[in-house]
Design a protein around this ligand. Structure first.
Ligand code: UD1
Length: 338
């Protein structure tokens, strides 16, 4: 299948490009580099060992997107094109709503014009907010988000639900990611956060390499096994493979379906620190500080539906996640910048 990866130069898009190209799909990437680097595209080409079309454009730019569809005629789209920093979304809500909704609406309009009927959307476990119970099933209550970033994911799910209801040719798969970590085993691509990382794994890696002095553990008084927050960390290559399964599913079905992509295992912050130290033979100094506003105690997936309907499950271990994160960080201390 010919697949457009909208926002495909970013962390999850670049890993997905490799996994689906490996399966024989033809890929096209479009990205405006608003939160990614051209070097990521070069490295994806190196790993795949083959060229593919790349378009530098804003997905919300309808004329440019039309020109891409005219030239490439993609049969499916994987939509990663959105802003994703929680804290920034609180400071700049309008920019988040404008960008994340505009890219989606423009994609839907142009896909319709060009008879492209398969759409995979990068959603997030953030739509569950503070869950009533764990593990979280896809049927859990959604729409209790605590920040504009999360609301954009929820709103886009609602938009896509309406679009699939109205257009019986459309096939939509919503993928709710848990906590993606790790990197491609080559160490050529990985997560390249701008400025101070918000998320745990990049922060741990930057402490280990000496870029940051100490990890702040946000609270040790949660109702969890050691008092620190528990999350479902999933290797980004497993996550990427989930998109390959979703493409097959979308091609074989109509309507809309939602799947959790997680391992179903919850690890605490201190589990992660210990595993990272042991896997890589490094030290990660940490201190306990106050809880981070908006954080929840526990969040991990029930991934039964993905296993049964998508034929997907996560295979990589916590050691793989820690080793591959460190491999990327140590080979690229400044990310994609030389
Ligand atoms: C966060 C977002 C979520 C988003 C996801 C993307 C919030 C409230 N949620 O999830 O909406 O989809 O990122 O990856 O921001 N931690 C520390 N010290 C740190 C960083 C994190 O102790 O320096 C802890 C957190 O308190 C949490 C765990 O590590 O218990 C994971 O945090 P993080 O990586 O930021 O992910 P989430 O908060 O789960």
């Amino acid at each position: 299948m010919k697949v457009l990866l909208a926002g495909g130069a970013g962390y999850i898009g670049s890993h997905t490009a490799i996994e689906i190209a490996k399966l024989g799909h033809d890929i096209v990437i479009a990205d405006d580099f608003s939160n990614s680097k051209p070097e990521a595209i070069n490295r994806v080409r190196t790993i795949i060992g083959k060229d593919f079309p790349f378009y530098e454009l804003d997905i919300a730019d309808k004329e440019k997107l039309r020109a891409l569809f005219e030239a490439e005629k993609p049969e499916a789209v994987i939509h990663f094109a959105g802003y994703k920093a929680v804290g920034e979304s609180v400071a700049k809500p309008i920019a988040y709503y404008r960008n994340n909704l505009d890219t989606t609406l423009t994609l839907l309009e142009v896909m319709k014009e060009y008879d492209c009927h398969n759409l995979i959307f990068s959603s997030s476990a953030t739509v569950y907010g503070a869950p009533d119970e764990v593990p979280i099933k896809e049927t859990a209550v959604v729409g209790r988000c605590t920040n504009p970033y999360g609301w954009t994911k929820y709103m886009i799910e609602v938009i896509l639900d309406g679009a699939a209801f109205a257009d019986k040719e459309l096939s939509v798969v919503l993928l709710r990611y848990f906590n993606p970590v790790g990197a491609h085993e080559s160490g050529l691509i990985g997560e390249d956060p701008q400025g101070i990382p918000n998320n745990l794994m990049p922060f741990i890696s930057q402490v280990a390499i000496g870029k940051r002095e100490c990890l702040s553990v946000f609270g040790n008084d949660y109702d969890t096994k050691d008092g620190t927050g528990v999350r479902d960390y999933i290797h980004v290559v497993d996550l990427a493979n989930g998109h390959a399964c979703a493409l097959n599913y979308a091609a074989a079905h109509k309507g809309i379906e939602v799947f959790n992509l997680g391992t179903s295992i919850g690890y605490s912050v201190l589990d992660m620190v210990k595993a990272f130290e042991e896997a890589n033979g490094v030290k990660v100094p940490y201190k306990i500080v106050d809880r981070r506003p908006g954080d929840i105690a526990e969040c991990y997936a029930d991934a039964t539906k993905s296993r049964e309907l998508l034929g997907w499950k996560a295979n990589k271990t916590l050691v793989d996640m820690c080793r591959d994160s460190w491999n990327w960080q140590s080979k690229n201390p400044n990310g994609y910048d030389a």
